[in-house]
Design a protein around this ligand. Structure first.
Ligand SMILES: *Cc1c(COP(=O)(O)O)cnc(C)c1O
Length: 356
């Protein structure tokens, strides 16, 4: 049972044309406490506001935090739906296991998402491409400077109405292959969705931006040879007629959009191979024209076409710097299912009951 305490001061909804990303938050937040021996308890929805945090809380000193990201979409008929939320619940548990944080029953994780969205559904915007971004996160709230098995943790769910990632069509981005910093290593936390990965990745992203690129293409942390991800998204290519994506080796975040794209393409009879792709193979393919398309893939943008690739000062254009047909179709198909514009033949969407 999730106890609900409604706010007495509901906020005014923001202008849907100026939502941005993470600029506005809804009226409430959902909190669940964990105590060793007792498990998860006191699930509650309360008015949105600051969280109490002890200065010795483990998360502040040792970075024990994980998170998730998913969206609630408004369909043309006005109803609200989620896209494969159980996948986020399962991935959060996998992240929790890697960081020695407590896992949660899948039924409670799912109930938290659906109950919260049901209450906040008035905040799901309706302009094309807009959505309500859901951010569940979990951290070690226990005050203790001696790190050992976690006794106290906190799960929080907040939500932000967000704009379409690209206003005015899918704009291709320029990407730089990063050959200095690495995002993650096999055996590390690369396949966990944890804040620490982002902290370690920010420097390379900032440096790429200063040089005029949108993001970096990460290489593996051991040989610095194989492509892993682009910025904080998974990555896919069309090379010599075939769709290829780096296989999940342990240092790559297993994206739900990536997985959905692979399943959808296969259901349409398109061959997809998950394998190692070296930077050298990619640059050769870019130079001889075999690299037909490249795109980042994740919940925030769905598809982010890559228009050019740079390595050690040399730039290679991809598909004439424009989005290619495979990336465009994937965007249309996935976004169509997410916003209820296309029939969900895969059984991926979860409708939220209209408010009584
Ligand atoms: C969240 C995330 C992704 C994309 O995952 P989706 O489930 O598709 O949104 C990819 N890479 C990293 C590093 C991420 O944190």
């Amino acid at each position: 049972m999730i106890q609900i305490t409604r706010t007495t001061q509901p906020k005014e909804k923001p202008d849907q044309h100026a939502l941005g990303f993470g600029k506005y938050y809804t009226d409430h937040m959902l909190i669940i406490d964990y105590t060793a021996g007792q498990g998860w308890h006191d699930a509650r929805i309360v008015p949105f506001g600051p969280l109490p945090l002890h200065p010795a809380a483990v998360v502040l000193h040792y970075g024990m935090e994980i998170f998730e990201g998913l969206k609630a979409y408004r369909r043309p008929d006005g109803r609200v739906q989620l896209f494969r939320p159980i996948e986020n619940v399962r991935r959060m548990n996998n992240s929790a296991r890697r960081l020695s944080l407590p896992t949660m029953d899948e039924s409670l994780g799912l109930e938290a998402l659906t109950t919260f969205v049901e209450l906040e559904q008035g905040w799901v915007p309706s302009l094309p491409g807009t959505s309500l971004y859901l951010r569940p996160f979990l951290y070690a709230s226990e005050p203790n400077l001696a790190l050992h098995a976690i006794q106290e943790a906190t799960y929080v769910l907040i939500a932000s109405p967000v704009a379409s990632y690209f206003s005015g069509g899918l704009t291709p981005v320029s990407i730089m292959i990063e050959d200095e910093d690495v995002r993650a290593v096999r055996g590390g936390t690369g396949e966990a969705k944890c804040g620490g990965n982002y902290a370690a990745a920010t420097r390379a992203g900032d440096r790429a931006e200063a040089k005029g690129y949108s993001q970096v293409l990460w290489l593996d942390g051991v040989e610095r040879k194989y492509i892993e991800e682009v910025g904080a998204m998974n990555v896919m290519f069309k090379i010599a007629g075939e769709v290829v994506t780096p296989k999940l080796t342990g240092s790559i975040l297993p994206g739900i959009t990536r997985k959905s794209a692979i399943e959808l393409l296969k259901s349409q009879g398109v061959q997809v191979s998950e394998r190692l792709i070296s930077a050298q193979e990619l640059l050769e393919a870019a130079a001889n024209g075999a690299l037909e398309e490249a795109w980042g893939i994740g919940t925030a943008a769905i598809i982010s076409p890559i228009g050019s690739l740079s390595y050690q000062g040399q730039d290679y254009a991809i598909h004439g710097g424009k989005i290619g047909p495979v990336a465009q179709k994937l965007y249309d198909d996935l976004s169509g299912i997410q916003w209820g514009l296309k029939e969900d033949t895969m059984g991926w969407t979860v409708p939220i009951p209209a408010q009584a």
